[in-house]
Design a protein around this ligand. Sequence first.
Ligand SMILES: *[C@@H]1O[C@H](CO)[C@@H](O)[C@H](O)[C@H]1NC(C)=O
Ligand SMILES: *[C@@H]1O[C@H](CO)[C@@H](O)[C@H](O)[C@H]1NC(C)=O
Ligand SMILES: *[C@@H]1O[C@H](CO)[C@@H](O)[C@H](O)[C@H]1NC(C)=O
Length: 432
Amino acid sequence: MASTPFLLCFLLLIISAFSFHFSNATFVLPIVKDNTKSQYYTSFLVGTRPSTRVYLVIDIGNRWSWFACDLYGYNSNSTTYHEVPCNSPKCARYEPTGTFCSGDTCGVYAYTPWGDGLYAGGLVEDASTLYKQAQPNSLAQLSKASLPTFPFSCADKGPLKGLSPHTKGVVTLARVPFALHSQISSTFKVPRKFALCLPSSTSSGYNGAIYFGGSPSYMSKSLITTPLIINPNSTAPIRSEGETSVEYFIKVRSIKIDGTPIRFRSSLLSFDIKQAVGGTKISTMDPYTVLHSEIYKSLISVFVTKATAMKMTRVAPVAPFGACFSTKSIVNNAKTGPSVPIFDIIMDGKSPLLHNKNARWRIYGANSMVKVSENVMCLGFVDGGSSPTTSIVIGGKQMEDNLVEIDLETNKLGVTSSLLRMGTNCSKFKGI
Ligand SMILES: *[C@@H]1O[C@H](CO)[C@@H](O)[C@H](O)[C@H]1NC(C)=O
Ligand SMILES: *[C@@H]1O[C@H](CO)[C@@H](O)[C@H](O)[C@H]1NC(C)=O
Ligand SMILES: *[C@@H]1O[C@H](CO)[C@@H](O)[C@H](O)[C@H]1NC(C)=O
């Protein structure tokens, strides 16, 4: 990969550019956006003498972390490498719904949400290197910290299809005991939470971060929170009966555009356990929010009506989007991006920040509009068809430059309050 040295320098540069404002977030990894694929990836070292730098797409919904070990030249020569034996208690903990053997190793699968196959592999644990705040509550330098057991499996090239070419695998942050955040919490005894600040762009120099153990303290005070709920029916491509989903679901009550609720069957917002469909989840593997057709059509219709009233000029749609406008007809606001009708996702949970009204995820133009060319800007939501597994999948674009916190201590999802408006910018987390 010709760009590896460049990326390495780039990562080191942005890591040295971090100067932290958080009190309880002690571990951190950088996030880089692949603009072409609209995927977000991180990088760290795996193994000890030798150690190998890996680049992995961040997936908050995958059952396992995995990478194409051979392509990185990673193998059992690492002195901290060990395989998890099949039929061991640890294997049973990793795979509660039934284990299988891959050789003598605990069997797991490597996959992506869009991949056409599952690749069985053996579960390996090896040391990995993260970054740690040198001193709590200060803008101190970062030091390296070694996590003794990062669990993953070695895959071949098969499951790489569709992944950013800068990466050769996936790191999971799902609700599973062997996700990276779970390992960090149990090893270093920090709270079971992590926060993502997905960057909107790499070229503009704003870069993101994953905070493990907490969020930057001045930001966490202004998070709008809603309960995380469990989907009783697994959404993974491979599942056994009775298995719950490992993805992060929330309860949406309604969606408003400039205060007008959009109409659709409210049952779409609940779990239909007969069909194993419905509900709302967040996903880092979907670049844009994907909606059930019924929700999507209503949303486009209300948005277009509001946009027309604002004198936005509609132009021919550009796939995969359904509503596009001339950029000339849209004013740009320095803080909130293109001045377009504002979305509010009204969720369960009362927010003290909103006078105890229902929690609300507010989406301004910066997170709703996608510039597809010099003259055309489209509404960044896509049609998920009339029988999707999940009715609303909140995608990367809508999370970018916001802090999205998953707190498994309190079982809450937190998102930056746009009341403050300023908070919606990853670069702010660097304190520069
Ligand atoms: C492990 O390292 C030794 C010595 O450097 C080398 O000869 C051997 O091929 C390596 N093993 C693998 C599986 O690459
Ligand atoms: C969904 O989960 C519920 C609760 O475990 C279960 O009763 C139901 O059979 C599941 N639905 C499907 C289609 O598997
Ligand atoms: C993000 O921060 C940068 C640097 O402070 C600023 O130039 C930019 O306008 C901000 N963007 C948004 C959307 O707030």
